[in-house]
Design a protein. Structure first.
Length: 96
């Protein structure tokens, strides 16, 4: 669970809501589904993107660059992305 204040999409103002929508649309479709291990009993889940929601401009640019690196026409699969993320998170001792 994140311990910083976040603004989830349903509570976002129009500018932040548009940034969320643009980011989510730029990710490969398989990323639209939450990983079951991080979904709480109430259906909610922590969001790396929402953790940056207090500074929408920064959130958009950081995650737009990340989405560009995950384009389906590039040689890495989601499995590759997840393995890289898991190794980095483990090295950093981070749940994500």
């Amino acid at each position: 669970m994140t311990w910083i204040r976040t603004v989830p999409p349903p509570l976002a103002d129009e500018d932040l809501r548009q940034k969320y929508a643009a980011l989510y649309a730029s990710y490969p479709p398989e990323y639209a589904v939450e990983v079951p291990a991080v979904v709480r009993p109430d259906g909610s889940a922590d969001s790396i993107i929402a953790s940056h929601s207090l500074i929408p401009e920064v959130m958009f640019h950081i995650f737009a660059a990340f989405a560009a690196l995950m384009r389906p026409d590039l040689p890495l699969s989601r499995r590759d992305h997840e393995m890289i993320a898991a190794c980095v998170s483990s090295t950093n001792r981070c749940f994500y």
